[in-house]
Design a protein around this ligand. Structure first.
Ligand code: MG
Length: 220
């Protein structure tokens, strides 16, 4: 029982800090996206494929969450983008206080869009509000089409699902229609755009989604 109470306290504290983050970010006109997926689904590759399409109209920054190493952060920094690296040291998700510390370092007045790349994990990240405006989930077709029913919270909490690596569909056992139906069963409001970071297919639809989201948010 004792442990459960500690867990609830932590969760409530996380919600408070997330709300504070949201207030700070919105107060500075920053639109924030939390990218979540299993490891290797292509979150960093998505950012690398996306950011060059946005930089003529928007000022971008990235918070890069990883268990270990700054490899992903270096790939993003190579685009000339401000990156704040959070090495969680084994913690399987980002939480609002980790993001809060990044907000003190980033120059928020000079940022229009902030991407937060969460730690690769299909479970824990979905439980932690970071103060983002929207959650975007990647599902690689190499992972299997049974993921929506097995990890429903991630699908419930996301506003947009990006099935990635669709160029590999001819080579893998992945029923995209089944995954789509099961995801929509769990979350009927979920928007879905198929993409391939490798070929670039669907990237324009995804950047259009970002533009529409920013417009309705009254952001940049
Ligand atoms: Mg990554």
């Amino acid at each position: 029982m004792h442990e459960i109470h500690i867990g609830e306290d932590l969760r409530e504290r996380n919600i408070e800090i997330a709300e504070e983050n949201r207030k700070i970010l919105r107060g500075n006109g920053v639109v924030t996206f939390n990218l979540m997926s299993a490891p290797g689904a292509g979150k960093t590759s998505l950012l690398v494929a996306t950011i060059p399409h946005l930089t003529d109209k928007h000022r971008i920054a990235v918070i890069e969450g990883d268990l270990q190493t700054s490899r992903d952060a270096e790939r993003i920094a190579a685009l000339g983008i401000e990156v704040f690296q959070i090495e969680t040291g084994g913690v399987c998700h980002l939480d609002a206080s980790m993001v809060h510390s990044a907000l003190h370092t980033l120059d928020l007045e000079s940022i229009d869009i902030l991407f937060i790349e969460n730690v690769g994990n299909l479970v824990c990240p979905a439980e932690f509000d970071l103060g983002e405006d929207a959650r975007v989930m990647l599902l690689s077709v190499t992972e299997g089409d049974d993921k929506p029913k097995k990890y429903p919270l991630m699908f419930t909490e996301s506003g947009l699902l990006l099935p990635n690596k669709v160029d590999l569909l001819p080579h893998v056992e992945f029923d995209l229609e089944k995954a789509r139906h099961e995801a929509l069963d769990i979350n009927p409001k979920l928007e879905i755009e198929e993409i391939s970071c490798k070929t670039g297919s669907g990237i324009e639809a995804w950047t259009d989604w970002i533009e529409r989201f920013c417009e309705t948010r009254g952001g940049s």
